[in-house]
Write a protein that binds this ligand. Structure first.
Ligand code: UDP
Length: 350
């Protein structure tokens, strides 16, 4: 079976690492990684391929930057050409980025079956580009692999029941791997002189925060408020760095650093006392580390983390009391289950 895996953004490299490892272990699938180029900085892309041992991309399309329409359009054209040339049996897309959308659209027009990993997530906020991308990808896919039962329920509400499987969360697999590896492969604690210190970790990059000047100022003020009790370590996403430089924003009590590799990020999480983020991935990783997280958004797709008492929206006053057991994201074998579902489906086509 020839499988095209479309990736382009940081969270997709991390998810693909967990699944590609399982693909290699299972055998029988010839996987080609197609990198759209959406994220291109070395510390947003190459570092994840190196650290996580992701197979080198068979193709790198070099499409980064531009408006949503321009970027998606260019990706669509290049992905279509690649698919017409190589004729994969299926196309695997992850999550909710423009690369996901372009991969799903290109494949569907060529009648190539689509597998969507992280299907069924919903913020119910159609102003988010990510929400549009994930809804479209779900409705075009033949296999909808959801991390949670909530995802399965969301799909059912939209009439999607065929090909839906709850396989667990591939980010949980990735986190368990990173926790182990980061014990010996990270130097971040000594680099930042954090050993034995109390600190929070912050990431911020969503367009709904960065593109709205007033809202961004309020979010920064909220972070500064949190920084009064402990320093906030802030690996700054390139988009956010640009916005902060343009607007002359230098948050007090906040240690701004370059984006970190995956093992450093997890080492940092492991000893932190609070996470502040608008990232989908980091909300969950905080949860897997059992660290309290304040989500810098007005809604979240990861409602389980709020229900379990580890996450709250910045607009909420109180935490629920945290639950210690974490049972709603699989056992760290989501990658293996993903591959098993794909192989079963392919065998049934013959
Ligand atoms: N991440 C990382 N280094 C950083 C910041 C984040 O490795 O400096 C990882 C983080 O652990 C998570 C992923 O990047 O797994 C999240 O990516 P991002 O926030 O860009 O996207 P989202 O999860 O919001 O889609």
């Amino acid at each position: 079976m020839k499988l095209f895996t479309i990736v382009g953004a940081r969270p997709q490299f991390i998810k693909a690492a967990a699944v590609s490892r399982a693909v290699a272990e299972a055998g029988g699938i010839d996987e080609a990684i197609i990198h759209t180029g959406q994220h291109y900085d070395a510390n947003m892309s190459d570092i994840f391929f190196d650290e996580l041992g992701i197979p080198a991309p068979a193709r790198h399309l070099g499409i980064g930057g531009g408006s949503h329409g321009a970027m998606t359009g260019k990706m669509l054209e290049s992905l279509e050409a690649a698919m017409m040339e190589d004729r994969p049996d299926a196309v695997l897309v992850y999550g909710d980025t423009n690369s996901t959308l372009a991969g799903a659209l290109a494949a569907s027009k060529l009648h190539i079956p689509i597998v969507h990993v992280e299907a069924g997530l919903r913020s119910f906020n159609r102003k988010m580009p990510e929400e549009i991308n994930r809804v479209v990808a779900d409705h075009l896919s033949v296999l909808l692999l959801s991390p949670t039962q909530t995802g399965v329920d969301n799909l059912k509400t939209e009439g999607l029941t065929k090909g839906v499987h709850a396989v667990g969360d591939v980010m949980h697999d990735a986190t368990l791997y990173a926790i182990e590896q980061s014990k010996t492969r990270s130097t971040v604690m000594s680099d930042l002189e954090l050993d034995g210190k109390d600190y929070a970790v912050c990431t911020l990059h969503r367009a709904e925060n960065t593109d709205d000047v007033d809202r961004f100022a309020r979010v920064i003020a909220f972070i500064e408020d949190q920084a009064k009790t402990r320093p906030v370590i802030f690996p700054v996403h390139p988009r956010t760095r640009k916005v902060m430089a343009e607007r002359g924003i230098k948050p007090e009590g906040v240690v701004q650093i370059d984006p970190l590799g995956y093992f450093d990020l997890h080492r940092l999480l492991a000893d932190s006392s609070l996470v502040l983020t608008d990232s989908g991935g980091l909300q969950k990783e905080a949860y897997f580390h059992r660290k309290p997280c304040i989500t810098l958004r007005d809604e979240t797709e990861w409602t389980e983390t709020v229900g379990a008492g580890w996450n709250r929206l910045w607009t909420m006053d109180d935490w629920k009391s945290p639950r210690v057991d974490i049972t709603d994201c699989g056992d760290g074998d989501a990658g293996a289950k993903t591959v098993a579902v794909i192989k079963d489906w392919f065998a049934a086509q013959k």
